[in-house]
Ligand binder design. Structure first.
Ligand SMILES: Cc1ncc(COP(=O)(O)O)c(C=O)c1O
Ligand SMILES: N[C@@H](CCCC[NH3+])C(=O)O
Length: 451
């Protein structure tokens, strides 16, 4: 297809590494992309492809920016975006707390010595084992999500002789402007206690009636990949109203408010995320205004960014295997990974920026679709993009902003081993999560594994 015939215009410069989309240290050197000073061609030959590459400086800077922006509150990185022992250590060094939402995430954090009191446990269906694991570890907060869980946690806390700090997750009825599957505060979904139905106040009653639980605050998470602060404003307003009702009914002033995560990042050059400082100023102002208008003390504010800290610093490097021109429509560029290492395009119709990164090219733009190697026609990595028409098997392409929710949502579909994650800094790559091997997968099979 010719450039003029498609609604997505080709970029002025196909070789551009736009700073708002790529990791902060990404540059072209001798035509090839470098991240953290390391050349992707060297990374690919040393560690193989597909390869997740994470810019350590980018991660640390963003973590630090959030910690500084919310210096009078707390920042708990949402581990579901991407978690590894190295990342947990970086977070600790940068002064952040951590959110986990399973026993596995909790075990990893504890295994590398992250302080339990800086961990919050989430989840809409935590098992009894996970609750006990959290109580025994002494995590800082447990966010309660259902009536069953209130009773269950009370039971185990009494049995173990502990009194955990808990928060209640409230669905505030806010319609966040994001994809349906990642909006979480409307009533018709599985998370939290509904403010509109009165479930939230009933949950408060039940927790306050249990001596074993120390209710310290309310939690709200309105969704993910959000650019506007107005959704948080409505949520804060509704939470403040609840705090007033709790004070009136129980004479209790809850000292903490957790507004969750959800801060958007640039996947495309036109996306305009709010920076951490401005978001922090907005949220602080909103919470202070709402609370002061009800004569409530301003609570300790916690936020839980995941994507905004790890997303922009990550890229995925693939090798091109086959190129198929569907005449008059587009060219399919097949790479050696796909929906098993990045499910987001198939699941949410997510859009990404990608580029030829093993060399520069002066060839004309060609409308392409980057697809994977899975047996699904929906196995699309980047739906529409322009690549140089001399792209060829053996070239490396990289997809930008894949640090969040790609490795953490990866699967072994079609028995593909999950790629390694390499952290880059000072010109060197270091494996922080090793590549799975076919032997790793075979070992799980009862007929094969134990031989
Ligand atoms: C409770 C909670 N906190 C934090 C997050 C992190 O969201 P994000 O990565 O969009 O910042 C999520 C995921 O959406 C979540 O469910
Ligand atoms: N996994 C989602 C976001 C949901 C986060 C968890 N509540 C994404 O890739 O955008």
């Amino acid at each position: 297809m010719l450039p003029g015939d498609h609604p997505l215009p080709p970029p002025a410069d196909l070789n551009e590494i736009a700073p708002q989309v790529w990791p902060r240290t990404a540059r072209r050197r001798d035509g090839a992309l470098t991240v953290g000073g390391a050349d992707v061609r060297d990374l690919a030959s040393e560690f193989g492809t597909p390869l997740y590459v994470l810019d350590e400086d980018d991660f640390r800077q963003r973590a630090r920016e959030y910690a500084q922006a919310f210096a009078d509150g707390s920042v708990h990185y949402a581990g579901k975006a991407f978690l590894s022992g190295a990342v947990v250590k970086w977070l600790h060094e940068e002064g952040l707390g951590l959110d986990v939402c399973s026993g596995g995430e909790l075990a990893l954090a504890l295994a590398v010595g992250f302080p339990a009191e800086k961990i919050t446990l989430h989840g809409n269906n935590k098992s009894a084992d996970e609750l006990v694991q959290a109580l025994e570890a002494g995590v800082g907060h447990i966010v309660l999500d259902s009536f069953e869980e209130i009773a269950r946690l009370g039971f185990h806390a009494e049995r173990l002789g502990v009194r955990p700090k808990v928060m209640l997750r409230v669905t505030t009825g806010v319609e966040a402007h994001t994809h349906e599957f990642i909006a979480t505060a409307h009533d018709d979904q599985k998370f939290g206690f509904s403010r509109n139905s009165g479930a939230a106040l009933e949950a408060v009653r039940r927790v306050i009636a249990l001596d074993q639980l120390d209710l310290v605050g309310l939690h709200s998470h309105i969704g993910s990949q959000i650019f506007e602060p107005d959704g948080f404003e409505v949520a804060a307003h509704r939470l403040a109203e609840l705090l007033v009702k709790i004070k009136e009914e129980h004479g209790v002033v809850l000292p903490e408010l957790d507004l969750g995560g959800g801060f958007g990042i640039s996947y495309l050059a036109g996306d305009e995320p709010i920076d951490a400082k401005i978001m922090a100023d907005n949220l602080r102002r909103i919470v202070a205004k709402e609370c002061l208008s009800y004569d409530l003390p301003v609570p300790h504010l916690t936020v839980e960014p995941g994507r905004a800290i790890v997303g922009p610093g990550g890229i995925t490097v693939y090798e091109v295997g086959t190129i198929k021109d569907v005449e008059g429509i587009r060219t399919y560029v097949s790479v050696d990974g796909g929906m098993s290492d990045n499910l987001r395009t198939a699941l949410y119709g997510a859009e990404y920026t990608a580029a030829l990164v093993s060399r520069e090219s002066a060839a004309a733009p060609m409308l392409c679709r980057i697809v994977g190697k899975h047996c699904e026609s929906g196995d699309i990595v980047v739906r529409d993009l322009w690549l140089p028409e001399d792209i060829a098997p053996g070239d490396l392409v990289a997809v930008a902003a894949t640090g969040a929710y790609c490795r953490s949502m990866a699967s072994n579909y079609n028995f593909l081993p999950k790629p390694a994650v390499v952290a880059v800094r000072d010109g060197k790559g270091r494996v922080i999560v090793r590549r799975e091997t076919p032997a790793d997968l075979l070992r799980l099979d009862a007929e094969v594994g134990e031989r």
